[in-house]
Design a protein around this ligand. Structure first.
Ligand code: SF4
Length: 736
């Protein structure tokens, strides 16, 4: 039923789903979105889209769309005019603060929020109310990348860009099934493989669609990526492959931030502060990581470790390393990020076309919103709450007293829900996210959200297990029903204008936050107009960058083009940061300048191998790994409502190695109970279908709210980044 495309009004914007940030064109006919195609003028995807991208607008047609506010009265949801529902939320938030103090209320937002949505959430909580009780779901996926960047470079976000794909000789993917998670980038890599012989090496704990399309697949035992990365560094040093002049001029060596536990319980700490060491001390530390020693427990052969090291060590080969959740969702996620940087820093393969470490994002604005405008508890727009200068700048731009912005971070995601359970948080508002499917060990956090001690507000597009426990459900606009800006993995900020009207009383999340702020008495701090609030907020946010090296492109540029990469300096995107050839913010007398660090030098960190928080034993003999599939977006609340995607992947499954399935007598499709010390879940078995876990490991995708694998996962996290490890815990499997 799609009308002739010639009659459609094609409107540009970014895709709603992953952090690749493909440009889309949405065909609008008589006020209705009826078609989507890839934007051929967008340099990210050059007209390509993946299956989610093509079908995205179909979810707006789902019959159970939340179109009006719902307020729980006597245990039943009653449709309520949006203005009345906003009054109820604002009164409740105000009353809770008056009774229990400003730290009794919290907001939990998303890497899928737009930049203006994240910005006003930050301004409301930190600037108006004066609490740092704001965190976002990017804590569950990107926090280790942030902590890795800050500890190594003192500045967040990748230094390269997608154009690296056109120049690299090798792509090494670390625990990253890009064929399903970042499909358009993977297509671009495959094109380079086919056209000019670039090679893809997949380094992972299971065989996936990415492995089969790669030139080589190398499997490792879960958690031993820490040791293999060190073994690669050992080889680089002991074969004389170190780029000496780069290391001498641009690198320091450090150790510290260890002895820190796993964050399963509320108490954890660091016994050792960062200390500078010298190259010789670092070299000595690596003696525990010879390929021969590491091969014994990583199950990676000596030959393969040497092969990886030789690729990185070859001065004539350009190498890009890609990673995402496999490395970030790790109890030592910050260390893993540091370790891949160590490899690139030792060889000087960094921030040049085709050479560099590249941490990818999962959500469309994990960079733009979560990391850039202050929706982590410790962050402010372009700054951190712990820095007095940053607080003073925020206070000046927001026109609030400096003393109001607290200097100490409060709760990160999992701790926020622990505080709800304890009764310390008595009001929580979740926007654009579904924590009761996505939190690890969900069973630990659901009871707190169900208790009467906490008033729960959920803004969303569809009902979810999280909205099921809400006191008030606010109907949110879907992305093409509002204007907005996203920031993708390559630091590209993309703008779009509202394309169609949303149904019923659906409202943009930013506007709901502004309306709540006004009703709470902060109207003078939120002087935005309903029609132009996106532009007005973005222009205000740009003031944080005035006179800084990290300038953001003006809105007029973003409207005309398919985004711009920051730092945007003198009318140009900066594609490679810290490299004086490309980055005008570098000082003139140096080829590289890591200006996030006071002395301009990046840090090579001494990071040991440590075992996982929980490993298989006789009672729970299998590793459990969880993740995504190409058809579904995160918790599936949108893509499960797209008929073609739902049909292609209707339910979650548990994936076995055929030898394990044979040993247990399990047949394809048979119902299997997967249990851990925390909970269980029943799923059909999948053998030799899509992926192939190593022996002793099972894999379950997490998109299916009817088969909640996160009841089984462990809520251990990296104590530096506070990002949970969804990739490793111990389970048993039996026929259900
Ligand atoms: Fe959308 Fe990501 Fe697919 Fe591109 S690769 S179309 S951004 S889901």
């Amino acid at each position: 039923g799609i009308p002739d495309s010639a009659n459609l009004d094609w409107k540009k914007g970014p895709c709603r789903f992953c952090g690749v940030g493909c440009g889309i064109l949405v065909g609008v006919d008589q006020g209705k979105a009826v078609a989507v195609k890839g934007d051929p003028n967008c340099s990210v995807n050059k007209g390509l889209l993946c299956v989610k991208g093509y079908h995205q607008i179909m979810c707006t047609q789902a019959k159970d769309r939340l179109t009006h506010a719902l307020v729980k009265k006597n245990g039943r949801y009653v449709q309520t005019p949006i203005n009345e529902a906003l009054d109820i939320v604002a009164n409740k938030m105000k009353e809770t603060i008056e009774k229990h103090g400003k730290d009794s209320v919290a907001m939990y937002t998303s890497g899928q929020s737009t930049i203006p949505e994240g910005y006003v959430a930050s301004k409301l909580m930190k600037g108006a109310i004066g609490t740092n009780n704001l965190d976002c779901n990017a804590r569950l996926c990107m926090a280790s990348a942030v902590a890795g960047f800050l500890t190594t470079f003192g500045a967040d976000e990748p230094m390269g860009c997608y154009e690296d794909i056109d120049h690299a000789d090798y792509f090494i993917t670390w625990g990253n099934n890009m064929a399903e998670m970042h499909p358009v980038l993977f297509s671009r890599m495959l094109e380079q493989k086919n056209r000019r012989g670039a090679k893809i090496i997949d380094f992972a704990t299971r065989t996936t669609r990415s492995s089969t399309a790669s030139n080589k697949s190398i499997l490792f035992e879960p958690q031993t990526d820490l040791a293999v990365a060190n073994a690669i560094c050992y080889e680089i040093i002991n074969n004389g492959w170190v780029n000496k002049s780069f290391v001498e001029n641009h690198v320091n060596f450090s150790k510290g931030l260890t002895n820190m536990g796993y964050g399963v319980e509320d108490k954890y700490n660091f016994k050792d502060k960062p200390t500078k060491i010298d190259f010789e001390a670092y070299k000595k530390f690596l003696e525990d990581y010879t390929p021969e020693k590491v091969a014994k427990y990583s199950k990676v052969s000596v030959k393969d470790i040497k092969y990886l090291a030789a690729i990185y060590g070859d001065p004539n080969k350009k190498v890009v390393s890609y990673w995402c959740m496999g490395m970030n969702q790790h109890t030592r996620g910050t260390w893993m990020n540091n370790l891949v940087y160590n490899i690139h820093l030792l060889t000087g393969k960094i921030s040049q076309p085709g050479n560099g470490p590249f941490s990818l994002t999962g959500q469309p604005s994990a960079c733009g919103t979560a990391r850039e405008v202050g929706t982590f508890t410790h962050k402010l727009p372009k700054g951190v709450v712990t820095n007095e200068k940053h607080r003073r700048l925020a206070a000046k731009i927001w026109k609030v007293p400096y003393e109001r912005i607290p200097a100490k971070p409060t709760y990160h995601a999992t701790e926020m829900f622990r505080a709800v359970d304890r009764g310390d948080i008595k009001f929580i508002w979740t926007q654009v996210t579904n924590p009761l499917v996505s939190l690890p060990k969900t069973s630990r956090y659901r009871p707190g959200m169900e208790k009467d001690s906490c008033f729960v507000v959920v803004s969303d597009v569809f009902p979810t297990p999280t909205s099921d426990v809400a006191d008030v459900i606010l109907p949110a606009s879907w992305h093409i029903e509002k204007s907005g800006l996203y920031g993708n993995s390559e630091r590209r900020t993309q703008h779009w204008d509202k394309m169609v009207e949303g149904p019923g009383e659906t409202t943009p999340d930013a506007w709901m936050t502004i309306e709540i702020a006004k009703r709470m008495g902060y109207g003078d701090l939120f002087p935005y107009s309903e029609e132009n609030h996106v532009e007005e907020i973005y222009n205000e946010y740009r003031q944080f960058h005035e006179g800084a090296k990290h300038g953001m492109a003006p809105l007029e540029v973003l409207k005309k083009e398919s985004g711009a990469i920051w730092p945007y300096v003198d009318g140009k995107s900066t594609q490679w940061r810290f490299n004086a050839k490309y980055d005008p913010a570098c000082s003139n007398d140096k080829d590289f300048h890591f200006y996030g660090k006071p002395d301009g030098k990046a840090v090579i960190w001494q990071r040991p191998y440590e075992p996982a928080a929980e490993s298989p034993d006789t009672e729970y003999p299998f590793w459990l790994n969880t993740g995504r599939v190409i058809e579904h977006w995160h918790t599936g609340s949108m893509t499960r409502r797209i008929p073609v995607l739902h049909k292609a992947m209707p339910e979650a499954y548990v994936e076995f190695h055929p030898d394990d399935a044979k040993k247990l007598g399990v047949r394809n499709g048979e119902k299997i109970k997967v249990s851990s010390r925390r909970g269980s879940c029943v799923l059909p078995a999948s053998i030799n279908e899509r992926g192939l876990p190593t022996r002793g490991q099972v894999f379950v995708p997490f998109f299916d709210e009817n088969m909640l694998i996160n009841d089984v996962t462990l809520d251990a996290f990296c104590p530096i980044s506070k990002e949970p490890d969804y990739k490793k815990c111990a389970v048993k499997v039996e026929k259900a």
